[in-house]
Design a protein around this ligand. Structure first.
Ligand SMILES: *[C@@H]1O[C@H](CO)[C@@H](O)[C@H](O)[C@H]1NC(C)=O
Ligand SMILES: *[C@@H]1O[C@H](CO)[C@@H](O)[C@H](O)[C@H]1NC(C)=O
Ligand SMILES: *[C@@H]1O[C@H](CO)[C@@H](O)[C@H](O)[C@H]1NC(C)=O
Ligand SMILES: *[C@@H]1O[C@H](CO)[C@@H](O)[C@H](O)[C@H]1NC(C)=O
Ligand SMILES: [Zn+2]
Length: 208
């Protein structure tokens, strides 16, 4: 009995150590997809406590375009809790505009975590007439002058690769900034200067 108790205590000590050193593992559990692990921390709608989407239209895949955004507001989020709040505030705002859900397909926080928006399967509301032909990825923060952290940029590239492997994004996709689909400052000059040097970037102005 004493042996079993000290064994259980040991297990608890190991667990406490694990949570303390490695963080609570919930996101690791959700970090699996189609039997494979996402190559970045991944947070589902349940984790950020999303409202039920009221506007779900199937996205025709693979999409030929990836549209990059910043948020301007909310500002950069540096912890998953801050990013959860940012996601909820965007969903509330977009719901108030009658969009029936957060507009973006995916969002990314400063630490490189991906936050599920409408996902791969639903048409987003983020780029006007380009919505039906694209996945909208937003890098949470104001990237007019400040440059996004490296983790955030690396995750953006990896998320696009996952979308290509997943059959959601065309292997010959074109990458554009939001301001190539309509008049807006988004994704901000600092972020624009970075993505405009990436593979697949096209100068094309999208008109449908
Ligand atoms: C996140 O980090 C950036 C850069 O260090 C900082 O400017 C910003 O205020 C931080 N955001 C919050 C919500 O603390
Ligand atoms: C986008 O797709 C939706 C759903 O399939 C359709 O109702 C809508 O007319 C399309 N819009 C454009 C601009 O193609
Ligand atoms: C891609 O991801 C979506 C969900 O986000 C899933 O429904 C779909 O089955 C995936 N497709 C492939 C080919 O893995
Ligand atoms: C988009 O923004 C960038 C950075 O400010 C600018 O250089 C580019 O000309 C803009 N593109 C369009 C089509 O307005
Ligand atoms: Zn935008």
């Amino acid at each position: 009995m004493t042996n079993i108790l000290s064994f259980l205590t040991l297990i608890n000590v190991i667990n406490v150590h694990f949570y303390f050193v490695h963080g609570f593992p919930k996101s690791d559990v959700d970090n699996f997809y189609n039997g494979a692990s996402y190559p970045f921390p991944y947070f589902t709608r349940d984790e950020w406590e999303a409202d039920i989407p009221m506007n779900v239209k199937p996205l025709a895949k693979p999409v030929p375009y990836v549209v990059i955004h910043h948020t301007y507001i909310p500002s950069a989020c540096n912890t998953s809790e801050e990013c959860f709040r940012a996601m909820r505030s965007m969903q509330n705002y977009h719901n108030s505009l009658g969009w029936g859900d957060i507009g973006y397909n995916y969002c990314i926080g400063s630490m490189g975590g991906v936050y599920e928006g409408r996902g791969w399967n639903s048409i987003g509301i983020h780029a006007g007439r380009a919505n039906n032909f694209s996945v909208g990825i937003c890098l949470i923060g104001d990237w007019r002058v400040a440059t996004p952290p490296e983790e955030m940029l690396e995750t953006t590239k990896k998320l696009i690769s996952v979308g290509v492997e997943n059959g959601s994004i065309s292997p010959v996709y074109k990458l554009v900034g939001h301001n190539q689909t309509m008049a807006t400052e988004c994704p901000g000059p600092a972020l624009f200067n970075i993505i405009s040097k990436w593979d697949h970037y096209t100068k094309e102005i999208l008109k449908f």
